[in-house]
Design a protein around this ligand. Structure first.
Ligand code: ADP
Ligand code: MG
Length: 672
């Protein structure tokens, strides 16, 4: 039996089960032994029958004295058996499993694990797990131990998985070669790989389970980072389109023309970027900064450097509206310096005009733009920009510098883990004078009052409000569009009859969207009802109210981004978080929005309260899917990063590690 043997060849699996296993992404022997339990049922208490106490969950071992089906008064079938050991007898009962009478054989020895309880006036064991004791001293797998519970799928139960994985481990663990050297394991307090796989499935105690988890979590984090570092190395091997020279004086001149002074954080980020730009290797840097922290101007400096060197810049935005906004801002900042800024819109296939800087959506710039001399690509609000997409920016083997910008406040350690191939600059400071957006969580009982409050504030004033519909799916689906449309109608007809409302969603034509946004910008609309995913970056200074429906469905970082849409002008601004829940953890999480105003603080709080899977763990975003590890495990992240950095340089000498990395990349969902 080899690790890459197809699952259908495993003893007692066969083609039917192999097909079902595919739903769990199990195709080979290796996949099956890497299908880890997500918890254990503690059935370790083994007790003589006469010592059983009502209320406890215990395991007994004994001979089946009798087994029979009985009918209750209501016509249901119950199964009753009597089990005997040296200390005494007890009755066991199940409900509606008539086949048990045939499966469980009278006169044979079994192990039973279950809850002991009163049944009428007798103490019985209720619906226990059972396991035939073929050999007295063979370890049990379903009872009398820490019993692994697995992710299941239709007609593949944890019991089935246990009974296949257990014998398989004996056969294949000798095939598992550890790619980590003993020295590294010792230094980082990690156990052997084969041992870890054995113990993650069938630990004898919690210590073994924890040691196994630690080793396998280390491996996960290690491979995410090793793969990232490898991508980084490969990117740096690319030939640069052109090595820029950086003219400090010209940059100071550019900065002196701005109506404000850069914050300390912006200055630091500019410096980091300029340093990259003057190298002879293509930059691949992530610029992370809260909504409104001023990323655009930092990016503009980089674009100006490209211009001064006679090269073009591409600016890619996730939506047409954001592209339009970037176009306006960048033009304002750069055109007086001679930079020709152009916008590529959906209507046109390419721009006829000459340009130094071209703004468009990701899709447009990829497919249609033709750059004579691309020197810099700036990518806005994109979580991830894969190797494949990067490759499209390379022309005749020459790579441009790449600057990716995100407002998602990913804590530094996590960003470094996730984006091993990116260098990181963080704007961790807001421009001075920014006002806090007063935030309230609004329970159902206060909904009406909140509507009235909004009406009063807006009617006859120049203040405006956003209404964000609940998050239904990650991407703009027809369902979300429908929900927004329904809500728009309801609000127009019933709630805000005397106000002008507009509707915005991602399935509208670009022209319609532009029209609505323009109307809103000009104050012709009082309220803009929008789906959550459309316009994260929209900039309307006179909007003062952000109202979010179904707020509990959003991550705190997302809510914070939406909140950042208001409070941009001089007026006091407000954020109303509508929710149906009124207590519990999810409610407490929302309440944090009333106190905490820094994106990074909220992200860290969210991480603690929800776990990273729920925040970043969507496959669309290309975040790796961690099964054992957690992004909150800072110690393990650090250790695995150190080891990854050490081993990336020795990859060519370790065929075992190379193969493991290849296997990892095949499985990983990252878009590379
Ligand atoms: P984001 O990081 O969300 O993209 P922007 O670049 O759109 O933020 O900047 C938000 C607003 O703050 C813009 O109106 C911009 O002109 C302004 N701004 C940027 N930097 C500063 C600064 N150092 N001082 C004052 N205002 C600034
Ligand atoms: Mg922005």
């Amino acid at each position: 039996m080899k690790l890459d043997t197809p699952a259908s060849k495993i003893f007692m699996v066969g083609p039917t089960y192999a097909k079902r296993l595919e739903k769990l992404k199990i195709k080979t022997v290796k996949d099956l032994i890497y299908h880890f339990p997500f918890r254990y049922d503690d059935l370790t208490l083994i007790s003589p029958i006469n010592r059983l106490q009502p209320g406890e969950t215990a395991t007994i071992r004994g001979e089946v004295v009798s087994m029979k089906n009985e009918y209750t008064k209501s016509g249901k079938k119950i199964q009753k058996g009597v089990i005997q050991d040296q200390s005494g007898e007890i009755e066991v009962v199940w409900f509606n499993q008539p086949f048990l009478v045939k499966t469980i054989k009278i006169g044979e020895k079994y192990s039973f694990s279950g809850k002991v309880d009163w049944f009428g006036r007798k103490i019985v064991m209720v619906s226990p797990q059972y396991e035939f004791l073929r050999l007295e001293d063979k370890p049990t797998i379903h009872t009398g131990r820490l019993v692994p519970v697995y992710p299941e799928t239709a007609r593949v139960s944890s019991k089935w998985l246990r009974s296949r994985i257990s014998p398989l481990l004996g056969q294949v663990l000798p095939e598992v070669d550890d790619f980590l050297a003993d020295k590294i394991k010792k230094k980082n307090d990690l156990i052997d790989l084969a041992q870890a796989i054995k113990w993650i499935h069938f630990p004898e105690n919690k210590t073994q389970a924890e040691k196994a988890r630690k080793r396998l979590a280390f491996d996960e984090l290690f491979f995410v980072q090793l793969a990232g570092l490898k991508r980084k190395k490969e990117w740096q091997k690319k030939n640069l389109a052109h090595q820029f020279s950086v003219d400090q004086e010209k940059i100071l001149e550019f900065l002196s023309l701005l109506p404000f002074e850069l914050t300390k954080a912006q200055k630091r980020c500019v410096k980091e970027i300029l340093k990259d730009l003057s190298k002879n290797k293509p930059m691949n840097r992530l610029l992370e900064g809260d909504v409104g922290s001023g990323k655009t101007v930092v990016a503009a400096v980089a674009a100006y450097v490209a211009f001064l060197n006679g090269f073009q810049t591409a600016v890619m935005a996730p939506t047409a509206i954001l592209a339009n906004q970037h176009f306006i801002t960048l033009k304002q900042m750069l055109s007086s310096l001679g930079v020709k800024v152009e916008l590529l819109t959906g209507g046109r296939k390419k721009t006829k005009n000459q340009f130094d800087l071209l703004v468009g959506t990701h899709a447009l710039i990829h497919r249609r733009a033709h750059f004579a001399k691309l020197g810099l690509a700036i990518i806005d609000e994109q979580h991830r920009f894969g190797v494949e997409q990067r490759a499209r920016l390379i022309k005749r083997g020459k790579a441009p510098h790449i600057l990716t910008m995100t407002a998602t406040p990913i804590p530094r350690t996590i960003a470094l883990t996730l984006y091993g191939d990116l260098d990181l600059s963080i704007i961790d400071q807001m421009p001075p004078g920014r006002k806090k957006v007063k935030t309230w969580v609004v329970p159902p009982s206060k909904r009406e009052a909140a509507y009235q409050w909004i009406s009063k504030r807006i009617k006859g004033t120049d203040e405006q409000a956003f209404i964000i519909c609940p998050l239904i799916e990650e991407s703009e689906s027809l369902q979300s569009v429908k929900a927004a449309t329904v809500e728009y109608k309801r609000l127009s007809k019933k709630v805000f009859k005397n106000l002008n409302l507009g509707l915005l969603h991602g399935r509208m034509k670009v022209k319609e969207k532009d029209k609505i946004i323009d109307q809103f910008r000009q104050g012709k609309l009082d309220l803009l009802v929008s789906t959550p995913v459309v316009e994260v970056g929209i900039d309307i200074p006179q909007a003062t109210i952000m109202m979010i429906e179904g707020a509990e469905r959003f991550g705190l970082a997302q809510l914070h981004q939406l909140r950042g849409r208001v409070g941009r002008g001089q007026k006091k601004s407000f954020c109303l978080l509508f929710t149906e829940i009124t207590k519990g953890k999810a409610f407490q999480r929302l309440k944090a929005m009333e106190r905490v105003y820094l994106g990074m603080d909220l992200a860290e709080l969210d991480l603690k309260l929800r776990g990273p899977g729920e925040i970043y763990g969507t496959r669309q975003h290309g975040f790796p899917d961690l099964r054992v590890a957690s992004f909150t495990d800072l110690d393990l992240i650090q250790k695995s990063r150190q080891v990854a950095e050490e081993l990336i340089t020795k990859l060519s000498q370790s065929p075992l590690l190379k193969k493991a990395l290849r296997d990892y990349k095949e499985k990983s969902v990252e878009p590379n």
